[in-house]
Design a protein around this ligand. Sequence first.
Ligand SMILES: [Zn+2]
Ligand SMILES: [Zn+2]
Length: 353
Amino acid sequence: MALMYRQSLVRFDAPLCQTVIDTPEPKGREVLLRVDKCGLCHSDLHLQDGYFVKGGGERLDITRGIKLPFTLGHEIAGVVDGVGPDAPGDLVGARRVVFPWIGCGICKDCVIGDENLCARNRYLGVALDGGFASHVLVPDARYLLDYDPLPAGFAATLMCSGITAYGALKRLVSHPRQRNLLLIGMGGVGLMGLGLAQAMFSQPISVADVSDAAREAALAAGATTAYDPVKSDSARRALKDTGGGFDTIVDFAGSESSMNFAMTALARGGKIVVSGLIGGGFDIPVVNWVYKRMSVEGFMTGTLDEARELIALARTGRIKPPPMRDEPMSDAQTWMDKLREGSITGRIILSND
Ligand SMILES: [Zn+2]
Ligand SMILES: [Zn+2]
């Protein structure tokens, strides 16, 4: 039997370590995929830590239910290596990307297609072993999507940073006021969001990020204005530049300071969608919600239908992919360290030879 190599989490808050097992045999409707590429995402760092920061010195523990060793990685593209007896046999050899936000399949959210809301989810690389490996076992062939003619690495990133950015932006499409749009946090998801927003909206798009390099990357990619949110006069300048603030904002950072900046730069009647997970507390006087007539919506991942919509949109060629580069799968930990340092612009795609 062939061997399966994994860059495994063997302990939380510790470096990944290579583990080797027999390649699993797909059962039922399962599909075994030979991993070609797997994107390295910011949430892989939180999963490695084993917690999210809640603010006020508190942490949200996310280690429960995860059996070690565990394989991270949820932006997976590969080639079908084998299928279970109940999966379509003609899939073998097909190049596919994996929709990783898989629900239990039987709860009230799953049956209407909102698998991303499932409380007993089977998210790949989060609850079930993911793609930082030579192979990955996918619970059902229906989660495999054809991405031809997109590049494999780009198609893989569409499944997390892409679908998160797409879903967050979709929640602003029907907002009645569309004079301008602000995207906060120009990391992997934010830069993808900028490319998507240019295809989905016609108003000018501004960005905000604490990193000079990230702001420059966003301006080079077509953002009209870039703000440094930690500069004390930035929010005031944004209000002046826009003549009263932004109607629509996506906070891809999701920290106390990014939300404070979003709140200050929001126009009356405006809407903020938060999809970042940096964490921290956020506290505003209740009267400000009313005074500003504002709405705030949280958003994460997306549905299988949204994944299909996004691939269709990408196939039109209207989405500019963010900067991305391939690095060896065996160097996963090195690139996790660099991502943690904040020294990466764009996306790292871990690749098997
Ligand atoms: Zn992700
Ligand atoms: Zn469910």
